[in-house]
Design a protein around this ligand. Structure first.
Ligand SMILES: CC(C)(COP(=O)(O)OP(=O)(O)OC[C@H]1O[C@@H](n2cnc3c(N)ncnc32)[C@H](O)[C@@H]1OP(=O)(O)O)[C@@H](O)C(=O)NCCC(=O)NCCS
Length: 179
């Protein structure tokens, strides 16, 4: 796979919305209420909201896409300043989704690392990410060298959820070639 990483453009918003909804419906059954997942639609204004976020990001926020050789967007990642109180991290990756047909080929690793290094340049070296406790993506973060540094309880769509935090004291380690 020879995808290109680049900053998201507003015209990427429909592809981002599609990958986001498919990612939730694929990854979260059993972790989040079925009615929340079944109720998600690509056409419910989600693409317009993503376009708005891309046009007017919050301070320090960045969204990056992975584009296949034919120009198709096959994954995206977003992040910015770390949001959770009580955790002394500079940057946070808020969202990361790879199209189901393109998973397990290293796209997630390259997107995550590329965005993490980009965020580190603007915000500082340390990085945190939160993941639903039952999401196998936690093993992805462990494979990338993240350490489980916290846990929190919350609610989403009326269901109690538990999230785990993975941290990197210095995102520069993600620049090392893998293999
Ligand atoms: C998590 C996700 C982004 C990973 O992307 P990907 O392109 O499939 O991952 P990569 O191919 O880059 O994998 C990188 C490493 O993580 C490991 N990994 C990835 N997913 C894994 C899983 N579910 N279980 C165990 N290991 C996993 C891979 O084996 C690989 O390890 P290696 O390089 O040492 O061989 C992707 O599976 C996804 O979009 N999932 C659905 C949405 C989601 O859960 N996002 C995270 C929200 S917090």
């Amino acid at each position: 796979m020879t995808e290109t990483l680049r900053p998201a453009r507003p015209s990427d918003a429909p592809a981002i919305a599609r990958i986001y909804v498919a990612g939730w419906q694929d990854a979260y059954p059993g972790l989040l209420p079925d009615r929340l997942l079944v109720g998600m639609r690509r056409t419910d204004g989600r693409a317009e909201r993503w376009a708005g976020t891309i046009r007017h990001p919050a301070r320090g926020e960045r969204i990056m896409v992975a584009e296949a050789g034919d120009g198709t967007v096959i994954g995206f990642a977003g992040g910015g300043p770390a949001r959770a109180r009580g955790f002394a991290y500079d940057a946070e990756i808020y969202t990361l989704y790879v199209d189901g047909d393109h998973q397990e080929g290293g796209v997630g690793r390259r997107l995550f690392s590329g965005l993490a290094l980009d965020l580190a340049r603007g915000l500082g070296p340390s990085l945190i990410v939160w993941v639903l406790a039952g999401n196998p993506a936690r093993y992805f973060y462990e494979a990338l060298g993240g350490r489980n540094v916290g846990r929190r309880a919350g609610s989403l769509g009326g269901a109690a959820i538990e999230e785990l935090a993975f941290g990197w004291p210095d995102a520069a380690v993600l620049a090392a070639p893998h293999g």
